[in-house]
Design a protein around this ligand. Structure first.
Ligand code: FES
Length: 566
């Protein structure tokens, strides 16, 4: 009846083999779910940490995926127990899912730590669910493997493939300017997002799930399999089998998530043309293990890494095309000389061993190093008197002619003001104006929403101007594009220089020189900052108050100060 303790169930045995009443009652209560007595017979207990939710369409299929994981766990001799956590649906949550990433990470960490588990399978997909699970699992540090839900299949409209967020925004601009009818917009609405799964461009979800694979936290080839593809179920089953072996071997996240693994992830982020959000999330995940990666690491690696993945918003194709071209392993093969190939991964092999036989099957989707999409990585880090602690730009999704630019600022105090004015016919803008928006950072908004892609003023769209320089302390959706400077740190709400830019001030953006400068004398900036008054806090109580009191700035990953460290 009491079973036995093996290497596989050492931790869960502390619950189920506890002496006296406690062991008895825990066994009895678990058996109320209909399990026979032999489930305690040396079997490792594998938690399936599921971010399924009908309030998160991207993850709506994860209960089906959990069934496949369970098959694998059982086949390998484990006991799978599925449990929910909070899920973060990018499209629905107010004011932004980023406000809740740390809450989900805490939920994941404490659910793993508090329960009788020997190992865990992490099911994720939509943007924040992947970093939140990686942060929580890194802190809990039990053997863990991730199975992302995969990208949705491509939208289709009148013979054209549509990529969720990226094409949605372009199509909506056509509608805003009267070039698309209500009926046509309604048609697009029906077919741009056709299946469960995360957005099908190289947005934040595709970026973070791909980086989870690069970090070694998934089986090789897992990240890019489309959500409805049968191979996703198969790899979920294999992951269920594998986690049982990981428990036996004692292979923990802290052995996989090393500094070298994070450098590999940064290299992949650049080669993929991945989301700027990847910068914040990688810093936060690494921080959980006491590994300090900085914006300078991103810039150093960006300068040596070509952007070779031709997927929207930086390129032309969609995630489905990347999968058919060979996915993450084929991308890594192309930049192999820039990687630490000895890093350990979830399947017990090194990254180098995993990609040994990988090859690109489509050189237009995964470009050769000699013919990249861009010579440098997708993301550049900027510094200057407007961003003393750094700012970020996705240079591959920007207009090349605007990467070096001087223009006069038009300042919006916050998003509400911007929304109220942006389409007015007398907005004082021309194509050289630099739009500046503040109060969008971690504390200012709060939660640092994806408001950074300030819409193009309708006045300029009607003149055929498609892009202009925009600067804020916000984030931007990974599906967005344009010459958009983001993550300005320190943010305006804590008295960063962004707080004192005035309409009419000149600003210089020089991406090749990595500069973001406010052309105002330093004395004058200091005098203006002396008058700065911090805004009233958004929350007096509850989780919001905890967030405001403990969230760090964008350059530090926006984790809570008390959660970093092993
Ligand atoms: Fe979930 Fe885009 S809305 S990934």
């Amino acid at each position: 009846m009491m079973g036995h303790v093996s290497m596989n169930n050492k931790r869960s045995s502390e619950w189920f083999r506890a002496p006296g009443y406690y062991g008895f009652s825990r066994r009895a209560w678990l058996r109320s779910e209909g399990f026979p007595a032999d489930i305690f017979d040396g079997k490792p207990v594998i938690g399936i940490c599921n971010s399924w939710s009908e309030l998160n369409n991207c993850n709506a299929h994860l209960r089906d995926l959990a069934v496949a994981v369970k098959r694998g766990v059982i086949a390998a001799g484990g006991l799978p127990l599925e449990f929910p956590t909070i899920s973060l649906g990018e499209m629905f949550m107010r004011p932004t899912t980023m406000l809740f990433r740390n809450l989900m990470a805490m939920d994941v960490e404490e659910s793993i730590r508090a329960n009788p588990l020997d190992g865990v399978v992490l099911l994720c997909g939509c943007d924040k669910t992947t970093p939140a699970q990686l942060m929580g699992a890194a802190s809990a540090d039990l053997p863990a493997i991730m199975v992302p839900g995969g990208p949705m299949i491509a939208g289709q409209w009148r013979g054209k493939a549509l990529g969720s967020g990226t094409d949605g925004r372009k199509i909506f601009d056509l509608y805003r300017t009267g070039r698309l009818t209500d009926e046509e917009l309604c048609e697009v609405e029906s077919c741009i997002a056709r299946t469960a799964g995360h957005c099908t461009v190289m947005g934040t979800a595709s970026t973070m799930t791909s980086l989870a694979e690069v970090l070694g936290m998934t089986l090789p080839g897992c990240a890019n399999i489309p959500a409805p593809d049968s191979r996703r179920m198969a790899i979920a089953e294999l992951s269920g089998r594998r986690v049982v072996e990981m428990v036996e071997a004692g292979l923990k996240p802290s052995q996989i998530l090393t500094r070298e693994a994070f450098e590999n992830a940064i290299t992949a982020l650049m080669a993929l043309g991945g989301s700027t959000n990847g910068v914040i999330h990688l810093i936060a995940i690494a921080g959980r293990l006491g590994i300090r990666i900085t914006l300078d690491d991103f810039d150093r690696i960006s300068r040596r890494t070509p952007c070779i993945v031709n997927v929207k918003p930086s390129g032309e194709f969609l995630m489905e095309d990347l999968f058919h071209a060979g996915g993450v392993p084929a991308v890594l093969k192309r930049v192999e000389s820039l990687l630490h190939s000895a890093c350990m991964t979830a399947n017990g092999k090194t990254l180098g061993e995993n990609i040994a036989a990988a090859e690109s099957l489509n050189d237009n989707v995964i470009r050769r190093r000699e013919t990249p999409l861009a010579a440098e990585g997708g993301i550049a880090i900027l510094y200057g008197n407007l961003a003393p602690d750094g700012a970020v730009i996705k240079q591959t999704a920007a207009s090349p002619e605007l990467l070096t630019h001087r223009g006069r600022a038009l300042v919006f105090e916050n998003r509400e003001e911007m929304q109220g004015r942006i389409d007015s016919d007398d907005l004082p803008v021309d194509r050289d104006t630099v739009l500046v928006m503040r109060s969008c950072g971690p504390k200012g908004a709060p939660g640092m929403p994806e408001w950074g892609q300030i819409p193009m003023p309708r006045k300029l769209l009607n003149q055929g101007v498609a892009d202009m320089v925009r600067i804020s302390d916000a984030r931007m959706s990974g599906t967005s594009f344009g010459t958009v400077v983001l993550h300005v740190a320190p943010e305006s709400a804590v008295g960063g220089p962004l707080a004192v830019v005035r309409t009419g001030d000149e600003i210089v953006l020089d991406v090749p020189a990595r500069k973001l400068e406010l052309c105002v004398a330093q004395d004058e900036i200091a005098a203006r900052l002396k008058l700065f008054q911090p805004p009233k806090p958004h929350y007096e109580r509850g989780y919001g108050r905890l967030f405001l009191e403990h969230v760090t700035q964008a350059n530090l990953g926006c984790d809570f100060d008390f959660l970093s460290g092993p």
